[in-house]
Write a protein that binds this ligand. Structure first.
Ligand SMILES: NC(=O)c1ccc[n+]([C@@H]2O[C@H](COP(=O)([O-])OP(=O)(O)OC[C@H]3O[C@@H](n4cnc5c(N)ncnc54)[C@H](OP(=O)(O)O)[C@@H]3O)[C@@H](O)[C@H]2O)c1
Length: 102
């Protein structure tokens, strides 16, 4: 590796407001490239827009992400049924169990 410091990248979830938003701002102000994610595209893009006043455009990228998708994928991955069970049928089975218990 050369002498130049490696660029750092961070993905922040739920970042259109609150703690996530504040973390994005702080990290970008420290020169870290931030992928600001939010489940709602408009709220996420508005958050990126509002950070432009701090001259952070080059360090901020938006990506739509609902963390429940990650939770479902992690549950499936940890279910140890990767070889034998299709993700779609696993989700629909879990979905009916969750719906029954709520
Ligand atoms: N504030 C505190 O002092 C404090 C202290 C200790 C712990 N916490 C915990 O830290 C977390 C954040 O607190 P906060 O004050 O920043 O809350 P907040 O202002 O309500 O922000 C929550 C963020 O999470 C997003 N979000 C919710 N569900 C999501 C999903 N399924 N996928 C992606 N994003 C989702 C929200 O998006 P939308 O705008 O779309 O709803 C929003 O951007 C909470 O779990 C809170 O309990 C907060």
């Amino acid at each position: 590796m050369g002498e130049e410091e490696a660029k750092r990248y961070v993905v922040v979830t739920g970042a259109n407001k609150g703690i996530g938003y504040g973390i994005c701002k702080k990290l970008a102000l420290n020169g870290i490239v931030v992928v600001l994610t939010a489940r709602n595209e408009k709220r996420g893009l508005d958050a990126v827009e509002s950070l432009k006043e701090f001259d952070l455009s080059d360090l901020l990228v938006f990506h739509q992400l609902d963390v429940t998708v990650l939770q479902v994928l992690l549950l499936w991955y940890n279910s140890s049924k990767l070889d034998s069970e299709d993700l779609t049928s696993w989700c629909s089975e879990r979905n009916s169990k969750w719906t029954e218990s709520s």
